[in-house]
Design a protein around this ligand. Structure first.
Ligand code: LLP
Length: 431
């Protein structure tokens, strides 16, 4: 099947991590997020091992928390030895509550408030990824008041469009994130950062995009960043310790997506970085990466119960499920591809073309259009595969729908990592 943790058992039911998805749906109810803990761990280990093997000392992956965020996940990735990238005080609060070692946390965001900055410094966040000059001043001032020196990276925009593999000199420079290299503002910002007493500049960050299937785009970005690092060295003798290349390696959502070998890609990228550093005669910085999707996406799937099956004569059929855009807004937002199947008929040929719709009072609440399913009936279980990234984390209570639980699978057992929201939870803040 699409990923090696998916299979079909003797009853013809879909299994995740060897466990019957229909049995889990009976036990925990629907809609339901299932996550395969061992798959998260093995994805983490792939990055950790390859980065340790092929990249300079100190190189390591950081989980992009935005892809999925709850306490147990932080414990899992911390146990494996990943750091984390946090983009909000809420993610920071969750990581801290999980006991995540915050010295391994990188605090992102293009608009950190003064309160966010103070909170992150008080929490002992290892590194700020500083986006802009106002933030730089605020971090420096707050660190000074608290009597510490805060480690920082500066977020730069290298001007790369990963999908065309071309260095675009204007397009991506026009971004709300970071400071542009091309305009000279990045160099100016570094010179300024180096004059500040309460911050210690350790290196640079960039992020070029998502669903990238070949390392060459990362190598293009790395080359621009490393040339900048050389320029800065010539300008003021500054030696860069860390280069963070962001996230973005792709994930297979449907059969037509390529299969990606992360280890080989990391090896290829490491080779390019080594070559460029040699050419530029600079010391190789430690490399950081911020995978989100490629750590959690293929660990997860969503199970729904099928409700109405409606055929509009001469047009098409709609299969409605008991979730939708509140637990998976990605089709509505990006027309993302997903693989859907009837979990209790997984061994039968798909013979019915349908659009899978959610339960919200909104016509754009679709999960996938025109997919082939085994003829669905009310009460069937419909699974949407590869939903471990950006589904739970982007879920909302639109239409006052409680969010599904996250149930983790490990060693033939299941446990609840995040409880299903109740109607009472929905009223928690209503006065
Ligand atoms: N680092 C930074 C600075 C990022 O902005 C992102 C994603 C990542 C790491 C992780 O990228 P990944 O490895 O997961 O591709 N909500 C969207 C994706 C937006 C991601 C934005 N940044 C989605 O559902 O696909």
């Amino acid at each position: 099947m699409l990923h090696t943790n998916l299979s079909i058992n003797e009853k013809g039911h879909l299994c995740l991590a060897g466990q019957d998805v229909c049995d889990l749906a009976e036990k925990h109810g629907t809609p339901l997020f299932l996550m395969d803990e061992e798959r998260i761990r093995s994805n983490a280990r792939t990055y950790i091992d390859a980065m340790a093997e092929f990249m300079p000392e100190g190189s390591r992956p950081l989980l992009a928390s935005k892809s999925c965020c709850f306490k147990k996940l932080y414990s899992i990735v911390a146990e494996e030895g990943m750091g984390t990238d946090l983009v909000s005080p809420g993610e920071l609060y969750t990581a801290a509550a999980a006991g995540f070692p915050l010295e391994n946390a990188f605090f992102h965001g293009n608009n950190k408030t003064d309160a966010d900055i103070a909170y992150a410094i008080d929490s002992g966040v290892g590194y700020f990824v500083v986006d802009n000059r106002e933030e730089l001043d605020s971090v420096n001032e707050t660190a000074g008041k608290k009597g510490i020196t805060q480690n920082i990276l500066l977020r730069l925009s290298p001007g790369i469009d990963p999908h065309t593999q071309k260095k675009i000199s204007t397009g991506k420079v026009d971004s709300k994130f970071g400071t542009a290299i091309e305009t000279g503002q990045a160099l100016e910002m570094c010179r300024y950062a180096l004059t500040l007493k309460n911050v210690s500049l350790k290196g640079f960050h960039c992020h070029i995009g998502s669903q990238i299937f070949e390392y060459e785009s990362f190598a293009d970005a790395a080359e621009i960043m490393l040339r900048f690092i050389r320029t800065l060295f010539d300008d003021c003798g500054f030696t860069t310790e860390m280069l963070n290349l962001g996230g973005g390696f792709g994930v297979r959502y449907v059969e037509s997506d390529p299969i990606i070998d992360y280890r080989e890609n990391i090896k290829g990228l490491a080779g390019e970085i080594k070559r460029i550093c040699r050419e530029l005669s600079i010391k190789e910085p430690a490399i950081l990466m911020e995978p989100g999707r490629s750590i959690v996406a293929d660990s997860g799937l969503t199970v729904y119960s099928v409700g109405s099956v409606k055929t509009i004569t001469g047009y098409k059929s709609y299969v409605s499920v008991d979730g939708g855009m509140p637990d998976n807004p990605r089709y509505a937002l990006y027309e993302s591809d997903y693989t859907c199947l009837i979990a209790n008929k997984a061994d039968r040929e798909p013979d019915f073309s349908a659009t899978v719709a959610g339960r919200c009072c909104e016509s754009g609440d679709l999960i996938q259009e025109d997919v082939m399913l085994t003829r669905p009936e009310r009460g069937d279980y419909l699974a949407v595969l590869v939903t471990g990234a950006y589904n739970f984390s982007m879920a909302s209570n639109y239409n006052r729908i409680p969010r599904p639980p996250v149930v983790m699978l490990r060693d033939g057992e299941s446990y609840v990592a995040v409880k299903r929201e109740t109607y009472e939870d929905l009223l928690r803040n209503d006065m």
